[in-house]
Write a protein that binds this ligand. Structure first.
Ligand code: DHK
Length: 143
């Protein structure tokens, strides 16, 4: 099973950005965490990170016919991007949305997620562990 992990804007700044909210661990630490979690679940993972909405859409479209599942943290684009939601619907690849923080307990403008409407499940507030939970959701689907 092949899963593409897409991380959106500012997640490359983990460890530097607002550590009181996002923690002290870096984006590289996140990649290492996911690689280890995926390895123990027998899942092959590839990674894409971008600060640009269009590049994220291109990555979703390029995944068509190539991966079994997508795990996406659209970051702030979750709250604004109907275009990313449409791309996820267009390819029809089972996708799980992850947020490191619980966006429902943060500012009101973070409460809605357009992209989660295109995902089979949304996991939030679990930090890095949320990506392991998302991998498990996809493993269950393909079991
Ligand atoms: C990450 C971001 O960058 C924010 O814009 C979202 C999300 C929350 C997260 O919790 O991973 O609102």
């Amino acid at each position: 099973m092949n899963v593409l992990i897409i991380n959106g804007p500012n997640l490359n700044m983990l460890g530097i950005r607002e550590p009181e909210i996002y923690g002290l661990k870096s984006y590289s630490d996140l990649i290492a965490f996911i690689e280890k979690a995926a390895g123990s679940l027998g899942v092959a993972v590839s990674f894409f990170q971008s600060n640009c909405e269009g590049e994220m859409i291109d990555a979703i479209q390029a995944a068509y016919g190539k991966v079994d599942g997508i795990i996406i943290n659209p970051a702030a684009y979750a709250h604004t991007s109907i275009a990313i939601a449409d791309a996820l619907k267009a390819v029809g690849i089972p996708a799980v949305e992850v947020h490191l923080t619980d966006t429902h307990t943060r500012e009101p403008y973070r409460h809605n997620s357009f992209t989660s409407e295109a995902c089979i499940e949304t996991i939030m507030g679990e930090g890095f562990e949320g990506y392991r939970s998302a991998l498990k959701v996809l493993v269950e689907i393909f079991a």
